[in-house]
Design a protein around this ligand. Structure first.
Ligand SMILES: NC(=O)c1ccc[n+]([C@@H]2O[C@H](COP(=O)([O-])OP(=O)(O)OC[C@H]3O[C@@H](n4cnc5c(N)ncnc54)[C@H](O)[C@@H]3O)[C@@H](O)[C@H]2O)c1
Length: 388
């Protein structure tokens, strides 16, 4: 197994995985439209094809020319808040374009896929024992109503079941002539678990992958990442989104004066210091996780789902303190009310990936802060050019 096509490989997590792939001797073709990615982030040993997954003809010709043995898919939109305001845009990129990718793979007989998913598929814990999240939560929990918070559907603010139905009707109308993509009643109930359209698109992708396994034998591994932060220790690649949404990057941007102040949503949770608690994971650990998943898939030819997290937790104040230590600066913040839909705690149970893939995260919060700071300082010097 040598030839791997990586979608979204010019982005944050993708560029770290591309670096690890070429280091391990893989022949890598990155397919990226450079909307949030950058040419500069792609390792010089990999090839880059600038293309959009919406362009079915171009995608087909890329696959026919390159004929990859496996695909790793990172291309998606991932801003939770934006997904509630522009759900059709998220449907198009995260679901419809993903189905284009699966069709292009199937047409050339490429039947191995590794796919980025997210802790957003888990929604809100229903009871204390749901945390740490285990992969089979989405196989067991069947809510009566959708957990979707309020959002915008064609100019109308709606929430919950009504919002969910609009999204579902959209999927059903687009794929009305594809019976193999029809959702079962159990799959529809399962899709009610996430609280955001972003989470729904990720869970829907997982369901669609299962369908491709059933109707054309396309085997896939889903990797559900927790909160990604940090950068490659070299300082050469890192998060370079035009509008970062992650806490650590925003804290660093505040110190660098790129944002006036940091908002902390809630300091009255029942956690050790009152702020929200999350499982933070370094992109280089995710990169090794992808290599292990790829090797597992090639060897076993069997679809599966894994959490990629550390299984440990850090509070918002601990992240801020780690950034202050790494930078020597002081983060200016204000406390705001809790955001609806933010659980107090979200932590992964990574034992399945440890046991089955022999993968374990090695970077801690201090490493994440130090590498992220190093990247931001280098990045401000590099001044990445948009290549489009
Ligand atoms: N960053 C996180 O905290 C996080 C957490 C959980 C899951 N994920 C998942 O990881 C994946 C990568 O996230 P990231 O943080 O690296 O984001 P990113 O925006 O840095 O990378 C996404 C890349 O995909 C490209 N892309 C997007 N749509 C495309 C299209 N239609 N055609 C071609 N290229 C396209 C972008 O240009 C970009 O290079 C996403 O699927 C995301 O849902 C990320």
């Amino acid at each position: 197994m040598k030839k791997v096509l990586v979608t979204g490989g010019a982005g944050y997590v993708g560029s770290h995985t591309v670096k690890e792939l070429v280091k391990n001797g893989y022949d890598v073709l990155v397919v990226d439209n450079l909307e949030t990615g950058h040419r500069k982030l792609v390792d010089h040993r990999a090839k880059l094809e600038v293309a959009d997954l919406a362009d079915k003809e171009k995608l087909k010709s890329i696959f026919e020319k390159y004929i990859p043995e496996a695909v790793i898919d990172f291309a998606a939109y991932l801003a939770v808040g934006e997904s509630m305001e522009e759900p059709e845009k998220y449907f198009q990129n995260n679901v419809a374009n993903f189905i284009n990718l699966l069709d292009a793979m199937n047409e050339v007989g490429c039947k191995l896929l590794i796919k980025s998913s997210s802790a957003a598929v888990y929604g809100n814990p229903t009871k204390e024992s749901d945390i740490p999240w285990q992969e089979d939560f989405t196989e067991c929990y069947r809510p009566e109503k959708s957990a979707l918070l309020s959002g915008n559907w064609q100019g109308k603010k709606i929430a919950g079941e009504e919002f969910f139905q609009c999204f579902l009707d959209h999927y059903n109308s687009i794929y009305a002539d594809r019976p193999e993509l029809k959702l079962s009643s159990d799959e529809i109930i399962k899709l009610r678990i996430p609280m955001s359209i972003y989470g729904v698109t990720k869970l829907l992708d997982e369901i669609v992958m299962k369908k491709y396994d059933e109707f054309c034998g396309l085997k896939s591994i889903v990797l559900r990442y927790f909160n990604v932060c940090g950068a490659d220790p070299s300082g050469g690649i890192g998060e370079a989104k035009p509008k970062p949404t992650t806490l650590m990057t925003l804290a660093i941007w505040q110190i660098l004066g790129r944002v006036p102040e940091l908002s902390i949503f809630g300091d009255d949770y029942s956690t050790s210091d009152g702020s929200g608690v999350r499982d933070y994971i370094h992109p280089s650990d995710l990169a090794t996780g992808h290599i292990k998943a790829l090797k597992f898939l090639v060897k076993n030819n069997k679809s599966d789902i894994f959490n990629l997290g550390t299984g440990t937790s850090s509070s918002v104040f601990e992240v801020i303190s780690a950034v202050e230590k790494a930078s020597g600066g002081k983060v200016k913040y204000t406390i705001k009310p809790r955001r609806s839909g933010d659980p107090a705690i979200s932590i992964s149970d990574p034992r399945k990936a440890e046991k089955v893939l022999n993968w374990k995260a090695k970077y801690n919060l201090r490493d994440m802060a130090e590498t992220a700071w190093k990247w931001e300082i280098n990045n401000s010097k590099i001044k990445i050019q948009k290549s489009k």
